[in-house]
Design a protein around this ligand. Structure first.
Ligand code: FE
Length: 347
């Protein structure tokens, strides 16, 4: 009798310990993030307040996060991986850093266009905010009707005027991958050759450097992600205002296939120790409030359509026609994009 009691008691204790352990495990979430904006603080704080799950953040740039995940392998404590740009997310996906997940909340909230690596096992990562690849031009030297499309940048009429960042950069790779999906490989290679021929200078610098080089007159026209433009357009600094007064803005391909869109995205890490918490966090990122914080923190657009961001500088750009290429297709085409850019000598 006593022995039986002891046995049942021990079993009960073990079961209880298991329950406690599961809960203790779920009270923390390790987030590897390539995004770091002031507004994200409130985003993370709200999640912890709502769920009691504490977030440990490892913040680094995308390359450092990628390398860290690869070297940690199966022992990685990462639960959620957050990166910017489809080309980088695609590289992480190809390296097997994500695990597929199923979530009714995410399936319902996030349009299928922003689901990547969808298989019978689930989705590997989701886009949570969108940014557009737009054209900026010097108002003194270039007419907007001459740079209204991505194709126009490779047209001989713009010889010696075009500036971009490196052909090895994810922003270029994603755009070229989208153009492959839209126009095919042969047409995209011809376009890339035209871009090389039209260069005002060898590719270099970041998107903000392109905008500055257009303002200074070194370049007539350049490509940039929309949030760099909006950041400068919102700036109260007199030197930024002077710079932006010389810059014109174009939504590319409004009478064609629309402007190229990319994302900041996230997924659950392959060896996530806190898988349930990780899914909960992604579901939280798709909520109205988090969508608004997340997008506005970097002057981007939420993927959840019903969510509105109160951002006058973003609103001032007006509505535009976006391309319809799914992000999974852009991700899949990145290696082909790299091969084209290598072939045409896009540095
Ligand atoms: Fe960026």
């Amino acid at each position: 009798m006593n022995r039986l009691f002891l046995r049942v008691g021990a079993g009960l204790l073990a079961a209880l310990a298991g329950v406690v352990n599961v809960h203790a495990q779920d009270q923390v979430l390790n987030l590897y993030s390539a995004r770091h904006y002031q507004a994200d603080e409130a985003l993370y704080r709200n999640f912890t307040e709502e769920t009691g799950i504490k977030i440990n953040r490892i913040e680094a740039d995308d390359n450092a996060i990628f390398e860290r995940l690869r070297s940690e392998g199966q022992r990685s404590p990462a639960d959620v991986i957050l990166m910017v740009d489809a080309a980088r997310l695609a590289a992480a996906q190809r390296a097997g850093l994500f695990q597929p997940i199923r979530s009714r909340v995410l399936a319902k909230r996030i349009p299928a266009k922003w689901h990547a690596g969808d298989s019978p096992q689930g989705v590997e990562w989701f886009g949570f905010s969108t940014r557009a690849r737009v054209i900026v031009y010097n108002k003194d030297t270039v007419k907007p009707q001459d740079v209204a499309t991505y194709a126009s940048l490779a047209d001989p009429k713009n010889r010696g005027k075009v500036c971009t960042r490196s052909g090895a950069h994810p922003y270029m790779l994603s755009l070229v991958s989208a153009l492959i999906a839209r126009n095919g490989e042969a047409a995209t290679e011809t376009w890339a050759r035209g871009m090389v021929a039209n260069a005002a200078r060898p590719p270099r610098g970041g998107d903000t450097d392109q905008i500055k080089a257009v303002a200074s007159g070194e370049c007539g026209v350049a490509l940039t992600n929309s949030y760099y433009y909006v950041r400068l357009a919102r700036s109260p600094r007199p030197q930024d205002r002077a710079l932006m007064s010389r810059i014109g803005y174009v939504w590319p391909d409004q009478h064609g296939q629309g402007t190229h869109l990319n994302v900041a995205g996230a997924g659950v890490a392959r060896h996530a120790p806190h898988r349930a918490a990780a899914i909960k966090f992604l579901e939280y990122l798709a909520s109205d409030q988090a969508q608004s914080y997340f997008a506005n923190g970097n002057n981007e657009w939420p993927v959840v359509k019903a969510v509105h961001v109160n951002n006058p500088a973003l609103a001032a750009l007006g509505d535009f026609k976006a391309e319809t290429v799914p992000i999974s297709k852009i991700a899949a085409g990145v290696p082909a994009a790299q091969r084209i850019l290598d072939r045409v000598g896009y540095r």
